[in-house]
Write a protein that binds this ligand. Structure first.
Ligand code: OAD
Length: 245
């Protein structure tokens, strides 16, 4: 039996499945990853210049523009067969699959995964940079790059988690609970170098779950994997998650 057939059978018998996704999940939709040596965002830009609170405070226009460009690019792409298969499985098997994503692109949600745990926030939303005062939002937000409170100048910022920031505690709690409780975790399209997200695979492994990696390249999490399927997500996930026609 080929490895992918074995994994498919394990998924069919698993009671609780956690799926942890990263940028590679959206690669076949045309969204760049972060660490690809040629096309990755962090091959072209220094994350310290674009993905930290200090960078935003120092150069709010530059950081806002970069996120605005990414938002614009996302409006032209669609969920791929991997996003759709994940959503379809969850709909067909209520309560069996918990989706945890590091992606901020909203493609899982657009594919129909309404309960996805978005560990790193959402690029389509923004929030106040500093704790809002009474004026913030009470009067119209002044448009700009970035928009700001017309009274106190508090800035709107992308509602994503930047380097050095804590993950939303409720999302992390839910993700950790799923990692503890699952009997199988699929780790799809992530290099596994960013914590605490990558630690979820270690938690699943330590809690006795089977860990299956779906990634054309080796990852830092292969050490804890029971199986590594070296395939692209949009090809592999429909095979693993959808019933044969
Ligand atoms: P990375 O860019 O670090 O890793 C992407 C992974 O996807 C690599 O392991 C690729 O081999 C794999 N990959 C590429 N194409 C694929 C495909 N078609 N199918 C499956 N896998 C494929 O992205 P992440 O691991 O998501 O943080 O990065 C983690 C975090 O670092 C991101 O959430 C982001 C970034 O800085 C924040 O935005 C806070």
């Amino acid at each position: 039996m080929a490895l992918r057939d074995t994994v498919r059978a394990r998924i069919a018998e698993a009671q609780q499945i956690a799926v942890l996704t990263g940028a590679g999940m959206s690669a076949e939709s045309g969204v760049p990853t972060f660490r690809d040596a040629q096309s990755g965002f962090w091959a072209q830009f220094d994350p310290q210049d674009l993905a930290t609170e200090d960078a935003f405070r120092a150069h709010p226009e530059r950081v806002w523009d970069w996120y605005a460009q990414r938002r614009e690019a996302l409006s032209g792409v669609s969920p791929n067969a991997g996003h759709l298969a994940t959503a379809a499985f969850a709909q067909r098997h209520p309560g069996r699959l918990t989706l945890i994503t590091q992606n901020v692109d909203g493609l899982h949600q657009r594919a129909g995964s309404t309960n996805a745990i978005a560990l790193h926030g959402s690029i389509t939303e923004d929030r106040w940079l500093d704790a809002p005062r009474g004026c913030c939002g009470a009067t119209p937000i002044e448009p700009g790059q970035p928009p700001r409170c017309g009274v106190c100048g508090n800035l709107r910022r992308p509602a994503v988690v930047w380097f050095g920031e804590r993950l939303p505690q409720s999302s992390l709690d839910r993700a950790q609970a799923a990692a503890h409780a699952c009997d199988l975790m699929l780790v799809v399209g992530t290099s596994g170098v960013v914590y605490p997200a990558a630690g979820l695979a270690l938690t699943a492994h330590q809690s006795g779950a089977r860990v299956v990696i779906v990634n054309p390249e080796p990852t830092d999490l292969d050490l804890v994997a029971d199986a590594c399927l070296r395939e692209p997500a949009a090809q592999c996930l429909p095979f693993l998650l959808l019933d044969p026609a």
